[in-house]
Design a protein around this ligand. Structure first.
Ligand code: ADP
Length: 615
């Protein structure tokens, strides 16, 4: 009898990464589930799809969604796993419904198999299971596997008692601190900054809320903040009943840049943020210390909280969430919440020598200088028969503890239009970072050197390359923060790739990181970045508009002779960079779209990519 097709659809498959050192990649595949096999094929223009793999259903031991706590580095954000033989296959669906459909159908077809009793709810990554930290890939799972259930296995609370529901309805409003994509059928999606009605907040971890259209569902309680409350005990950063001296002891013991907590001030009803930093003091010397910032209220009695700069929030959790992503006047971003009873709440960085990103200095040969930048010189090098660019990081320039934390995230970002980070060598001083070698150097120099000879097609192709890489960063929820032609590099095939993404967060030079200071890239910055250091993918879009302007002006500097202050003034008056002589009208219209005053009026990179591709 012929097998019957049950489901068919395009999803993304993660490479199996047979060797730990081989890079992960994500490929779009056409998946077909029939009554015998799960097959995946590559789609080819005008030809039959080419089969790339086939799993016999009888070999499958577990199918379940993956509850990820890390950003998903591909465009489809809903992962599930198929454990077959001794292999784990990770598949990413475009939305939750699609994922549920596949998981449900696969479970149905495999429920009579020899299944596992327990499975791992999170990814196998960097040599360990993220859920239980076991380092053996075939180690027994840590959650009970339910072969017939299909919803998420995270602990959902019991439904609230109906009495309480009636009682609580409409009592209080909550604001979403961040987006939330439902993992199970009982959840409600959250959209950052939108308001919802709290229906039941009696459970510590999951709250029942209602959206503007009347849909109700559960969300993690730490993803929302009540507008009218001062009960922060559910947040890992809040320490009740702790003195200033105790806070200092705990944070000094942690010794991590940006380790922080919120505590009650001596003055009743007032809160203080205490944060540890190693940033050089005013005398330029390294000086590990704890700084304390009182959370202030703009107007007595009004819910308008702020910390260092006057950027106001209606709740304290919103303010903390913002400063977890932006220093905005603080000595450092609030990076690692520290709690009285558990030390640092975020995962500790494992011993770097055991990490896949650690490069053995013996394997690295250094060559001639390629250039120099913010962090120090960049040398040519050879590592494992591969040509690389080696960024030697001067110690006083970079917050290296934080960088090591982030390097793992950055290494997982992998796209043909991003300059790939291969690894970090922390065992030598200065620490160095290994990147893909880009033979034609930085884009701004490349443009200047070829003035008068670049065609309009080449210029458009450059903008397309960058928009493609940025659309990937946007979909990975990763903000570049310093996009400009000087931070793009050109390969030997004249392809443009994005470099230095996210790196400004590790710069220890105040002149560079504060929007008030001389080295801050004002001329590439969106108004909300200049005013409040509010970075987002939409502030990257503004910078991309300036980058397009640089391309069509063959590497000229924007607002050439004007000072930063003059630029800020003309932007506030609504003025914008003029149309480059070489830019066709539709390209100029896109630039102007990127420079809309309000971030929400600017296009996303996905839209820009589409628009540029259709020119
Ligand atoms: P920093 O991040 O320290 O400011 P840059 O990334 O700007 O340093 O690099 C300084 C210079 O080194 C660049 O202008 C370029 O000429 C060269 N360079 C940097 N990275 C690479 C690379 N991956 N391949 C080739 N050259 C590079």
């Amino acid at each position: 009898m012929f097998p019957r097709v049950i489901l068919k659809g395009t999803m993304i498959k993660k490479s199996q990464q047979k060797k730990r050192t081989s890079p992960c990649n994500y490929k779009e595949r056409l998946f077909v589930l029939d009554t015998q096999d799960l097959t995946y094929s590559e789609r080819r223009c005008g030809k039959k799809p080419m089969v790339k793999g086939c799993i016999e259903l009888c070999r499958i031991k577990c199918v379940e969604i993956v509850c990820s706590d890390v950003p998903i580095p591909c465009t489809y954000k809903y992962p599930f796993q198929v454990f077959h033989g001794n292999h784990y296959l990770y598949i990413f669906a475009p939305d939750n419904d699609c994922r549920q459909r596949w998981v449900r159908a696969l479970k149905e077809e495999t429920k009579q198999n020899n299944l596992v009793a327990k499975y791992h709810p999170n990814f196998w990554m960097d040599g360990k299971w993220r859920c239980c930290q076991q380092t053996e890939k075939l180690a027994t799972g840590c959650n009970v596997y339910d072969p017939v259930g299909f919803a998420s296995k995270k602990p959902l609370p019991k439904l609230p008692d109906p009495e309480l529901r009636v009682h609580d309805t409409g009592q209080s409003t909550v604001v979403a601190l961040q987006d939330y994509s439902p993992l199970g059928d009982h959840d409600l999606p959250l959209h950052k900054d939108q308001s919802y009605t709290l229906v039941n907040g009696s459970h510590t971890e999951w709250w029942l809320i209602k959206d503007a259209s009347g849909n109700t569902g559960y969300v993690p309680s730490t993803y929302v903040a009540e507008k009218s409350a001062s009960n922060f005990e559910r947040f890992e950063w809040y320490n009740k009943n702790i003195t200033r001296a105790q806070a200092e002891d705990l944070l000094m013991a942690e010794r991590k840049e940006g380790a922080f907590m919120v505590r009650d001030s001596r003055q009743a009803g007032v809160y203080t943020v205490s944060v540890f930093t190693k940033a050089p003091g005013s005398n330029g010397e390294k000086n590990p210390r704890v700084k304390h910032y009182q959370i202030r209220q703009a107007d007595e009695g009004e819910a308008t909280f702020y910390l260092a700069e006057k950027y106001l929030f209606s709740t304290i959790p919103e303010l903390i969430h913002y400063h977890q992503h932006n220093a905005a006047g603080l000595i450092t971003r609030l990076r690692h919440p520290v709690s009285q009873d558990g030390g640092c709440c975020s995962q500790d960085v494992p011993d770097p020598s055991k990490e896949q990103w650690e490069v053995d200095p013996e394997e690295l040969t250094l060559g001639q200088e390629l250039g120099s930048g913010q962090f120090g010189v960049v040398l040519e090098g050879v590592w494992r028969d591969r040509q690389v660019a080696v960024k030697m990081v001067r110690e006083e320039c970079m917050s290296d503890d934080d960088f090591k934390d982030e390097a793992r995230v950055m290494m997982r970002l992998s796209h043909c239009k991003l300059v790939q980070l291969y690894g970090v060598c922390t065992q030598r001083s200065p620490m160095c970072l290994l990147f893909e070698l880009m033979e034609n150097g930085c884009l701004s120099e490349y443009l200047r050197a070829r003035r008068g000879s670049l065609t309009l097609d080449t210029m458009l192709a450059m903008c397309l390359d960058v928009s493609e890489g940025m659309a990937y960063l946007e979909s990975s929820n990763f903000i570049h923060r310093d996009l400009a032609a000087r931070n793009c590099l050109v390969s030997k095939n004249n392809e443009v790739k994005i470099s230095d993404f996210g790196m400004t967060r590790f710069v220890l030079d105040d002149q560079y990181t504060s929007s008030q200071c001389s080295k801050f890239p004002i001329k590439w910055s969106a108004p909300e970045v200049i005013r409040y250091c509010k970075f987002s993918s939409k502030s990257d879009v503004w910078s991309f508009g300036v980058l397009m302007w640089e391309v069509y002006n063959e590497g000229r500097l924007p607002y050439d002779t004007r000072s930063n202050a003059e630029v800020v003034e003309s932007l506030s008056a609504g003025l914008r960079l003029l149309k480059p002589r070489l830019a066709p009208q539709p390209v100029h219209l896109l630039m102007e779209w990127c420079w809309k005053e309000k971030a929400e009026d600017r296009p996303s990179f996905a839209v820009l990519l589409h628009e540029l591709a259709s020119l």
